[in-house]
Design a protein around this ligand. Structure first.
Ligand code: ASP
Length: 631
């Protein structure tokens, strides 16, 4: 048997529902189908309950009406002109009526306890499961509260695994073999002592599905969502991101703990224990390969790095002081104090000299964390043995993930080299001995660039992007544009290089397009572009902070040559047909070469000598091989 879980985005549209029905119908074995609430409904329920508790009658009633129409609009669209089955209409009206009464109670009492909140939230999944069950003939609708049991501890619901497993087995095992489809609302549960409705926490439907799959020893757990699976990076930031074919449980855990929203992390453990594969599939592209998650990497997917993930809005708190060296228990005090105050730490890095520990927390927790730690170490701070806590906010934390990086030498080297060459400095880093993940902290403003750089350098991308900034559209510049346009495909095919001309500037104007300028009409576009000047041009280019950037100077202008130092200092390579910089004062030439060397970028000027004959490169090669003695 299989367990299939459909997320809210899959259930929210008639086409999604139609696909779900076809996916379930194509299933040859017994299946348990777990559903989320329709997309956005849990958030709306929460907001409605809050408005009711605040006494905002108009706001909560408005929201309630919207919730009602989301559900009724969907079923009307599904049945499109045909009569909606009366059982469905009545059932939904009754459920939403109960919800209305509950909200009214909250409004009158002006009180929203966690119990009432959970009960109100349960109506999202109760309603969606009702809708789906009425569309699947012969399906059986179950009330998850009868077999998913929780205990309330430390302000949270924890699943009572033993009781839940017994109840699931008792409910479903006798049914297996009948080929029937069982529909279960995800996310909702009940308290094992009081029987009151509870929830498993946001994203908890995956957890419901995973526990059922593990208990029934399912052949697979399928998570159906609205993306093709786990992606190598966030596609909103990295154009070249693509679906990862296979992951191990450990890799999937790392990726979803760190930004990817495809799977609720706690849902991995129950199926991992029983080695049940998880398939992540797209309801809107059911034929796509998706991602398969199992215990071992597949033979055909042995890359060292599987994905790059990130979280924005992170802060680094540094606990430092000479008194920390060799003292036992400092870390224990740090983590106990933070845990006691409900502050979650997602990265730790400690220098082996033991005189500083850096702790990564979310920006929203940073002020509280500083306060808690200053309080915890107040005596040490008063005597000067430790320094007051320091928080650096507005940072981003990134991770490269892959089990095959274990025992592969050079991964960390490549990681830091790629970042360094692009002018991104690493503020802190951590790698566990499991070598599945290297995490590091950078300035938030570099995140986009860093994600792209790493995606490219670990060959996760099909192509390496080269971002070109061209200045000068005289004879040389024009010819270069023509050459780039005619060679673009060839360079992609034979060298995996994707040349993107981001900017073209003349002596008066500058045209920019981050997607790459359409070279067939650059003349006309440049005519319409805004006025510019060398300083503005340099500031705009460095301000874009793109990775793998090359500035090409096809002018003969001293003002343009004067912006090279700024560009090189921002890790932008410079290629000059312009002879001024390389034939001017030797000190200037030397400093440009030195900056390029220090920054790991290039300052090239082959066309300055012999009208482009390959003289400079030949001489350089001869010097390198010591065949001639030249300065
Ligand atoms: N509906 C719940 C939520 O939005 C649970 C889920 O969808 O997994 O968090």
């Amino acid at each position: 048997m299989k367990v299939l879980k459909f997320g809210g985005s899959s259930l929210a549209t008639p086409i999604g529902i139609k696909n779900i029905c076809e996916i379930i119908a194509a299933e040859p074995t017994d299946s348990v189908v777990v559903v989320s609430a329709l997309a956005g409904v849990t958030d709306m329920l929460l907001e409605t309950a809050r408005q009711a508790a605040k006494g905002n009658e108009d706001a909560y009633r408005d929201n309630l009406r919207r919730l009602q129409s989301i559900h009724f609009d969907l079923i009307n669209q599904i049945f499109e002109g045909r009569t909606v089955p009366s059982a469905l209409k009545k059932g939904l009206t009754a459920r939403l009526g109960e919800l209305q009464s509950l909200l009214y109670g909250v409004y009158l009492l002006r009180d929203l306890s966690w119990r009432s909140r959970d009960l109100i939230l349960s109506y999202g999944e109760i309603s969606s499961a009702l809708i789906l069950s009425s569309l699947i003939e012969e399906s059986q609708l179950h009330d998850a509260r009868e077999f998913i049991k929780t205990e309330h501890r430390n302000g949270r619901n924890h699943i009572d695994l033993q009781l839940t497993s017994q109840l699931i087995a008792r409910r479903f095992l006798p049914e297996m073999g009948s080929g029937r489809v069982h529909i279960v609302p995800g996310f909702i549960a009940s308290d094992s002592t009081s029987g009151q409705t509870t929830t498993l926490g946001r994203g908890g439907s995956d957890y419901t599905a995973s526990i059922i799959a593990a208990t029934l020893n399912a052949e697979a757990l399928e998570i159906w969502t609205n993306v093709d699976g786990f992606l190598t990076a966030d596609p909103r930031v990295v154009d070249n991101a693509y679906t990862i074919k296979s992951l191990t449980y450990a890799e999937a855990t790392e990726l979803c703990n760190f930004g990817a929203k495809v799977l609720y992390p706690p849902a991995i453990f129950p199926v991992c224990k029983s080695d049940i594969p998880i398939y992540i599939k797209n309801t809107y592209n059911p034929g796509g390969p998706g991602t398969i998650i199992t215990s071992r990497s597949r033979e055909d997917d042995r890359r060292a790095i599987k994905g790059v993930s990130s979280i924005k809005g992170t802060s680094l708190i540094t606990v430092a002081g000479l008194s920390m060296v060799g003292v036992i228990g400092v870390n224990q005090r740090i983590f106990s104090a933070l845990a006691a105050n409900g502050i979650s730490v997602f990265m730790v890095s400690q220098a082996s000299s033991e005189n500083s520990t850096s702790i990564g927390v979310r920006d929203v927790d940073a002020a509280a964390a500083v306060e808690v730690l200053n309080r915890e170490f107040d005596k040490e701070i008063a005597t000067g043995a430790m320094y007051p806590m320091r928080a650096e906010s507005g940072l981003a934390t990134m991770a490269i993930v892959g089990e095959n990086m274990r025992h592969t030498a050079g991964i960390a080297g490549k990681l830091f080299r790629s970042l360094g060459r692009n002018g991104i400095s690493v503020i802190a880093c951590a790698q566990g001995a499991s070598e599945t993940n290297i995490s590091f902290v950078i300035e938030g403003r570099h995140l986009r660039k860093a994600l792209n750089v790493l995606h490219d350098s670990f060959f996760l991308s099909e192509y390496t992007d080269v971002n070109i900034f061209l200045c000068g559209v005289g004879t040389v510049g024009r010819r270069l544009v023509e050459q780039i346009a005619s060679q673009q495909v060839e360079l992609m095919e034979t060298h995996r290089l994707k040349l993107k001309v981001i900017s073209i500037a003349s002596s008066r104007k500058a045209l920019f397009d981050l997607e790459g300028i359409d070279l067939s009409r650059y003349r006309e576009l440049l005519d319409q572009a805004p006025e510019s000047n060398p300083k503005l041009l340099a500031d705009t280019i460095t301000g874009l902070n793109l990775y793998n950037s090359v500035f090409v100077d096809c002018t003969a202008s001293a003002d343009i040559a004067a912006i090279y130092p700024q560009l090189l200092a921002h890790n932008i390579s410079v290629v000059a047909a312009n002879k001024i910089a390389a034939s001017g004062p030797y000190a200037l030439y030397r400093s440009l070469k030195d900056t390029a060397l220090r920054r790991g970028v290039k300052f090239l000027f082959e066309t300055n000598v012999g009208a482009g004959l390959p003289l400079i490169s030949t001489i350089n090669e001869q010097i390198a091989s010591q065949q001639v003695e030249l300065m």
